[in-house]
Design a protein. Structure first.
Lengths: 499, 151
């Protein structure tokens, strides 16, 4: 069996002492940043990116992946204990989880969250293992037109799934694409939009943009709503859910896992959307929908399963097509490129250790999280007590030193400050930074594929519609926009993000 | 005509400004044809799209009402940004440790909960920590003492 042989390769890689250690470090760090509000996985991964250069590629990716799904666990801990979601994907967990904590059932809520996440993580790891090879097989036949249409679909999806106005999200994507063109055009060698500044000849590094709009700007946003945070000393009595609880959560966990896995694969999807959608679904189908928002254990189980499943299946487009479905995946691609690996369908064939090692490590990482998270809850509560005015200077220092270490250029540091101002202004105008970042990372690829497709068709733009796969992807993109514009869907969308 | 949504108006103007700026700059690059795209082709197409989106956003801001821009914290933004810039200016001159300390001290007043003494302690601790971790153990090529201090 090919599948078993692949899994064996994966286990051999993931179980090496070095990889186990970095997987553990990754999930530990991920939980920590998940617990800390105001520091998310994007900024953390961006900060650590330069440091991973010294590691082998699979080790680097294993650790970075651990940060991403570890953050989902940490975010739910704080959501339950103090009604403060550490991650945006845990916002819905707080609705019922915190109510449970108030009713003295914090332990049951946390155990449910951890158990649901573990189950979903295990299933999602299998889904990635099963789905990725055939998808990569299909992708190997892709040519320039298919890739271009796929990129269009990915960008459109990120627009449709963004919070707030579609029009502004679309503007952010295009702005991101334009900014990505700064630097030398690889085909003609022309230096574009560089104003004869030598440092701009290679373009602005992605990490610099990400740290500016997600790191610096985020700090300022947190400072403006800073207040004295009170951590309630929640006593955690019994961790075990009752038999009745277990009976109530089985179906929601299964539904959450299925929905989360599906939404994670979509470009623009991932953990955030998965958790919102699954909460909405449970509220609809549950026989106890009246209890939702008042401490329904289903309201904890389903979104926690969904966000973890979504976090993991969002690796599928990244690993098979080389296309990031969210900013975290964009950073993963950045890490691969730093290692000299060009992401795409060939990664699976040429780097089986990397590919299968990362997949198996996700399952091992989830096991770490399950085992270590519950005993460490006391520690996380204490971490939360660190006031923000001691925290943000440290975050700022690590971000700045991280950017400096990219190529030891103070120019990058100043550019990061500039993007920080830019990001803050955009945030104040309700312009979401995620589509901008996605456009920024995909811009060069998009231009390249557009060029090749048009050369292939001798300048005939209908090539994108003549080829069936390409046409299908464009149709899906148009349908997605049309659906989002429908008044009914638009209202639901507004409601889903309102919380 | 009345502005009903200041956020949309400003966002639209921002898109317009970027679109026009990129369009003007792109005039210097060869356009080429659809079949053989020059370096100017993709930027021009994108700039035009951005201009259209900008115009649409501006028009919408006159029709659909929204919330005004609120709580723009100039002070926090200025201090945080300035501290990063300060670090960039200092690091080669005074070395990593002192530049980190400078960053922390400059950024500290951005929070209303900061106290001078805790900020000093934090600056010293982070300065030492960064030198130990980044230079001594990770071996990154940052100066411990900068050129101004004879390092």
């Amino acid at each position: 069996m090919d599948f078993l042989a692949n899994l064996a390769t994966g286990f051999a890689t993931a179980l090496s002492p070095e990889n186990l250690l970095y997987c553990f470090l990754g999930v530990l760090l991920g939980t920590l940043v998940g617990v800390l509000p105001g520091l998310g996985p994007v900024a953390t991964i961006a900060m650590l990116l330069p440091a991973t250069f010294a590691l082998p590629a699979e080790t680097a990716l294993i650790m970075l992946a651990g940060i991403y799904y570890g953050a989902q666990y940490g975010g739910s801990t704080t959501a339950v204990l103090i009604n403060l979601p550490g991650e945006s994907s845990s916002v819905v967990t707080a609705l019922d989880g915190y109510r449970m904590a108030q009713q003295g059932r914090a332990g049951a809520a946390l155990a449910t969250a951890a158990g649901a996440s573990f189950f979903a993580g295990t299933v999602a790891a299998f889904i990635v293992a099963f789905l990725a090879p055939p998808l990569a097989g299909v992708a190997l036949q892709f040519q320039a037109p298919e890739y271009f249409s796929l990129l269009v679909l990915g960008l459109i999806a990120s627009v449709v799934l963004a919070q707030g106005s579609l029009l502004k999200a679309l503007g952010m994507v295009v702005l991101g694409l334009l900014l990505s063109l700064i630097g030398t055009d690889v085909t003609s060698g022309t230096s574009r939009f560089a104003f004869d500044v030598p440092e701009l000849r290679d373009g602005v590094k992605f990490v610099v943009v990400a740290m500016g709009v997600f790191g610096v700007a985020e700090i300022v946003r947190n400072l403006e709503r800073e207040s004295a945070r009170q951590v309630l000393a929640t006593r955690i009595s019994s961790l075990m859910p009752t038999r009745e609880d277990v009976g109530r959560i089985v179906a929601p966990i299964l539904r959450g896992t299925a929905l989360g896995s599906l939404l994670g694969i979509l470009p623009g999807g991932g953990a955030l959307l998965a958790s919102f959608a699954s909460y909405a679904l449970e509220k609809k189908v549950s026989p106890r929908s009246a209890e939702f928002g008042k401490g329904a254990i289903e309201g904890v189980a389903a979104p926690e399963a969904a966000n973890n499943a979504g976090a993991q299946t969002s690796f599928i487009p990244m690993l098979t097509l080389g296309i990031p479905s969210n900013p975290v995946m964009a950073l993963m691609i950045g890490a691969l490129i730093l290692q000299g690996i060009r992401p795409g369908p060939n990664v699976m064939l040429e780097q089986p250790r990397l590919f299968w090692g990362v997949i198996v490590s996700m399952w091992i990482g989830n096991l770490f999280l399950l085992v270590m998270n519950l005993p460490l809850i006391g520690l996380w509560v204490r971490v939360l007590a660190v006031p923000y005015h001691l925290l943000y200077p440290a975050i700022l220092v690590f971000a700045t030193v991280g950017v400096l270490s990219l190529s030891n250029a103070t120019f990058d540091v100043h550019l990061m400050a500039l993007f920080g101002v830019f990001g803050y202004v955009l945030a104040k105008l309700d312009c979401e930074p995620a589509p901008l970042l996605l456009g920024y990372i995909l811009g060069p690829l998009m231009e390249e594929y557009l060029r090749r497709a048009m050369t292939l068709s001798r300048g005939d733009p209908t090539i994108f519609l003549q080829r069936p796969i390409s046409a299908a992807m464009l149709v899906v993109a148009v349908l997605a926009v049309a659906a989002a514009l429908l008044p009914a869907v638009n209202r639901t969308r507004a409601k889903a993000f309102a919380e | 005509m009345r502005v009903r949504n200041a956020k949309d108006l400003l966002a639209g103007c921002l898109f317009l400004a970027f679109g026009v700026a990129f369009l003007i700059l792109a005039q210097d690059y060869q356009l080429g044809s659809a079949r053989r795209m020059g370096p100017g082709y993709f930027p021009v197409v994108l700039s035009l799209i951005l201009i259209v989106i900008g115009l649409a956003t501006v028009v919408r801001s006159l029709i659909v009402s929204g919330l005004p821009v609120r709580d723009f914290s100039v002070r926090a933004l200025a201090l945080v940004t300035a501290s990063v810039v300060l670090f960039g200016l200092l690091v080669e001159g005074v070395g990593l440790g002192l530049a980190v300390a400078g960053l922390v001290l400059a950024a500290a007043p951005a929070s209303r909960n900061s106290r001078p003494l805790t900020a000093l302690l934090l600056a010293a601790a982070l300065g030492v920590f960064c030198v130990l971790v980044f230079v001594k153990s990770l071996g990154l090529p940052f100066p411990v003492l900068g050129s101004w201090l004879g390092g």
